[in-house]
Design a protein around this ligand. Structure first.
Ligand code: FES
Ligand SMILES: [Fe+2]
Length: 427
C-alpha cells in the first residue's frame, strides 16, 4: 500500500491534508514508521520499585507488561502467551511471582521466562521452554526514572533521542532533590479522536486557552502567556516545550510554578508554601534562566506529553485513526509531604483527569476535529499550519528554536518529522 505523503504534508508543512487524521492506509503506515521506530514511554520507575512489581503498559496497540524482575532489573514483555496469544497478565498492577495464562495455565516469571507447561508430563517430546518465553521489547532505557521502550533494535540511545528536550524537562525534574514519582494508577479513557491532536495540543498549542477555556482560564493569565510565553522546538523537531519566562529579579512568589493559584483551591496554603520553598532553591538547582521558567505544556515525539502546570504525564495511544486511548498519570515531587502530593493529584484530576474541567473542553475539541476531518467533500481543503512561519529563531541561552506562542512552528516541525519517517519507511 503506497501513500504519497508529499500530497498530505506540504514541503514547508504549512498545509496538512485532512486525510492525515482519518485515512486507514496512513494509520497503517504510522504504526510501522512512527510507533515501530521511536522510543515510546512505558512508565516510571516509581511504579515498580520492588522485585515482582508490575504494571500494564502499552506501545501503540501492543499490550506490554512492565515489571521489576527478581534480578532487580526492569523488564518489558509483550502481554501475549506463547501458546495461543492470550494476555497472561490481566491485572492493571500488582506484585507477583508468576503470570499464569488463563487458557491452559502456562506460567511465566516476572522476567518473562516460561516456567511450567501443565500438559508437558503427558507428551513424549518435551518442548524447549527456553524458546517459549514472552516476547521482550528489544530496547529498554530509562532517563530520570522515565522508562521508554522501542521495537527498533537500531534506534539511537534514549538520551540522544530526547536531545535538548532534556534541558526543558530537567527544569522541572531537577527542581526537586529526589525528582518526581508517579502517584497511583493512570487514568485511562477512550476518545473518538485521532492520536495526533492531543499531542499537537500539548506540543505547543497554548493559544486556545483563553478561547476554548475562556470560562476557566482568566484573561490576565492568557495575557501573561501572550507577553512572556515562549514556544521552543528542539532538534530534530517533534519535541516541544512551552513556558513563561519570568523577568530577571522576579520575586520568588511570582515565579512559583504552574497553576499554583488553582492548586490552592484544594488545599489552603500547604501547596503554596511548599512551592515557595522549592522555588527559593531553584537557581542553585537548575540555574538562572530555568529557575525563571513557569512551564506550561510539553510534547515528546511521538505521543508523550507533560503538563507542568498540573503535574501530569499523558500518552496518546492510537486505537485506529479515529480513536485514542489516553493514559494519564499524576506526577508529584518524590519528597513532597503526603498532603501536598494529594492536593497536587486533586489539582491534576480536577482540571486534566478524565472528568477534568479543562480536559472535557479539550476532548470535545479533539472529537469535533476528527468529525471535521472526515468530511469527504472537503478533502481538497487542507488545514493551514502557516501561522508565524519563519519567526522561530535561535536564542542565546535556550536550546532549539524559540518564538512567541502564536507561532505554529511546533506543529510544522512535528509533521515534517512525521512525513520524513513515513518516507523513510516507503523508500
Ligand atoms: S493460550 Fe496461554 S496457555 Fe494456552
Ligand atoms: Fe486545552
Amino acid at each position: 500500500m503506497t501513500v504519497d505523503v508529499s500530497t498530505l504534508v506540504s514541503d514547508d508543512a504549512a498545509w496538512i491534508s485532512r486525510k492525515v487524521w482519518t485515512d486507514t492506509a496512513v494509520y497503517e503506515l504510522e504504526k510501522q514508521a512512527i510507533f515501530g521506530k521511536s522510543w515510546l514511554f512505558l512508565g516510571h520507575e516509581s511504579q515498580i520499585r520492588k522485585p515482582g512489581d508490575f504494571v500494564q503498559a502499552c506501545m501503540c496497540e501492543t499490550p506490554i507488561i512492565l515489571s521489576r524482575g527478581h534480578d532487580g532489573q526492569i523488564h518489558a514483555n509483550i502481554n501475549s502467551c506463547s501458546h495461543r496469544g492470550l494476555p497472561v497478565c490481566r491485572a492493571d498492577s500488582g506484585n507477583t511471582k508468576r503470570f499464569i495464562c488463563p487458557y491452559h495455565n502456562w506460567s511465566y516469571t516476572v522476567e518473562g521466562d516460561l516456567v511450567t507447561i501443565p500438559q508437558e508430563s503427558d507428551v513424549s517430546r518435551k518442548p524447549d521452554k527456553s524458546q517459549l518465553g514472552l516476547k521482550p521489547v528489544p530496547r529498554l532505557e530509562s532517563w530520570q526514572g522515565m522508562i521508554f521502550g522501542s521495537f527498533d533494535t537500531d534506534i539511537e540511545p534514549l538520551e540522544d533521542y530526547l536531545g535538548d528536550m532534556r534541558f526543558y524537562l530537567d527544569a522541572f525534574f531537577d527542581r526537586f532533590a529526589n525528582g518526581i514519582e508517579f502517584m497511583g494508577a493512570p487514568h485511562r479513557w477512550l476518545l473518538n479522536a485521532n492520536w495526533k491532536l492531543p499531542m499537537e495540543n500539548q506540543l505547543g498549542d497554548v493559544n486556545h486557552g483563553t478561547f476554548l477555556h475562556g470560562a476557566i482560564i482568566p484573561r490576565e493569565a492568557q495575557e501573561q502567556i501572550e507577553e512572556i510565553g515562549y514556544s521552543c522546538v528542539t532538534e530534530p523537531g517533534g519535541h516541544g516545550a512551552t513556558f513563561r519566562l519570568m523577568p530577571e529579579g522576579s520575586p520568588v512568589a511570582d515565579v512559583a510554578w504552574g497553576m499554583e493559584g488553582m492548586g490552592g483551591m484544594f488545599g489552603g496554603t500547604e501547596v503554596q508554601e511548599y512551592l515557595l520553598e522549592i522555588q527559593a532553591r531553584a537557581v542553585e538547582r537548575v540555574g538562572d534562566i530555568r529557575s525563571r521558567m513557569k512551564g506550561l505544556t510539553y510534547g515528546i515525539y511521538p505521543n508523550l506529553s507533560f503538563l507542568w502546570s498540573n503535574t501530569s504525564f499523558k500518552v496518546s495511544h492510537p486505537r485506529g485513526p479515529g480513536q485514542v486511548e489516553y493514559w494519564s498519570w499524576a506526577a508529584v515531587p518524590a519528597d513532597a509531604p503526603d498532603p501536598v502530593k494529594k492536593i497536587l493529584r486533586t489539582n491534576y484530576s480536577s482540571f486534566f483527569g478524565p472528568g477534568g474541567m479543562l480536559e472535557q473542553e479539550d476532548s470535545e475539541a479533539w472529537t469535533q476535529q476528527y468529525i471535521g476531518s472526515k468530511i469527504d467533500f472537503a478533502d481538497d481543503k487542507p488545514y493551514y499550519y502557516g501561522l508565524g512561519m519563519g519567526d522561530e529563531k535561535p536564542h542565546p541561552e535556550l536550546p532549539g528554536l524559540v518564538s512567541k506562542t502564536a507561532n505554529e512552528y511546533y506543529a510544522r516541525a512535528f509533521f515534517t518529522r512525521w512525513r520524513k519517517a513515513i518516507e523513510a519507511l516507503e523508500d
